[in-house]
Design a protein around this ligand. Structure first.
Ligand code: PLP
Length: 313
């Protein structure tokens, strides 16, 4: 046995539990074929770089195909998207776009994000990175964003309202329609964080579960994040963010054509990125298709019902 094999084996034992034995972190299907396809794509493309899409055209192809699936799923056929390495990065891009949009409209004041305190910490992280303030409002008795508390916080400095479908802490879906009405009335951007729900709520709906619309069907929603590396069942390093308008997506990008080294066009936070996770996410979506996601979502629903029954008895 090579020394490195021994060390890798030892390192593997440091992790607390095997995949599939947690309620979080890893989203396991138990499907060997899926694992095989995901790993094949990851390996084949790991040493290709998304940095330069004029050279690595496979990245353009995968991203276009993947986004087209996501746009359809979230009823945003005419939206503009970016593949990212995770939910936090998707949210950072949405927050950055909102900040730059706000600056263009209102000048360089410190903008504010308003969110129920149940939102993911990546909004606070984005505020920390981009010089924004985040103000939290309350949730109602059902642990959903309280619209009256939101209204009290809205000011001239509000650049973005952020809510979840669902939030991580409690799994509750905020009242997207009611919040969207407030946002539109005040001309404020609205991000729906569907990192957790983006690849499962649409299938719950198709399975006949009662799911309140949370996606681009709601007019005031201006951006959505959804994680492929959660209920999309892709390996880690895969998420998307969709923007209602091309203008907003542009505000999330960084471009430098002056540098003598190379033309620098970055749609995401990182510059050099392996194509592997993108190729792998594409392969998983292609393999599962709508039918596969419906089957897995049904399994999740059944597991939930079993747990609920057990708890109530
Ligand atoms: C997982 C998650 C995120 C982002 O997390 P990453 O670890 O960056 O992928 C954001 N919002 C919600 C609700 C989440 O569940």
């Amino acid at each position: 046995m090579l020394e490195i094999d021994r060390i890798l084996g030892e390192a593997e034992k440091l992790d607390l539990l095997a995949s599939g034995k947690f309620f979080a972190y890893i989203y396991e299907t138990g499907d060997e074929k899926l694992r095989e396809i995901a790993m094949k794509a990851l390996q084949k493309f790991y040493n290709k770089n998304m940095l330069d899409f004029t050279v690595y055209k496979s990245a353009v192809f995968f991203e276009k195909e993947l986004l087209s699936f996501c746009k359809k799923l979230l009823h945003g056929e005419n939206t503009y998207g970016t593949f990212t390495y995770g939910g936090t990065e998707s949210i950072m891009l949405a927050v950055l776009a909102a900040r730059n949009h706000f600056w263009k409209k209102k000048g360089k004041e410190v903008p504010e994000i308003l969110a129920p305190y149940t939102v993911h910490p990546s909004f606070a992280k984005s505020a920390h990175y981009f010089g924004i303030e985040i103000k939290y409002f309350d949730v109602d008795g059902k642990l959903k964003a309280d619209v009256e508390s939101l209204k009290e916080l809205i000011s001239e400095r509000t650049a973005l309202i952020a809510i979840s479908a669902p939030n991580w802490s409690f799994g509750t879906v905020d009242p997207v329609k009611e919040v969207a009405e407030v946002a539109m009335d005040k001309g404020i951007l609205l991000h729906v964080d569907a990192c957790l729900g983006g690849f499962i709520l649409p299938f719950f709906e198709k399975l006949g579960e009662k799911v309140e619309p949370f996606d681009f069907r709601i007019e005031g929603v201006t951006s959505i994040s959804a994680d492929l590396h959660k209920y999309g069942y892709a390996p880690k390093g895969a998420s998307i963010v969709l923007f209602r308008s091309a203008e907003l997506k542009k505000e999330s990008m960084f471009v430098d054509v002056q540098n003598p080294g190379y033309v620098f066009v970055n749609p995401a936070v990182l510059s050099s990125r392996s194509v592997g996770p993108l190729a792998s996410a594409f392969a998983v979506v292609k393999y599962l298709g709508e039918e596969g996601y419906l089957r897995l979502s049904k399994q999740v629903l059944e597991a939930r019902n079993t747990l609920l029954q057990g708890l109530s008895s």
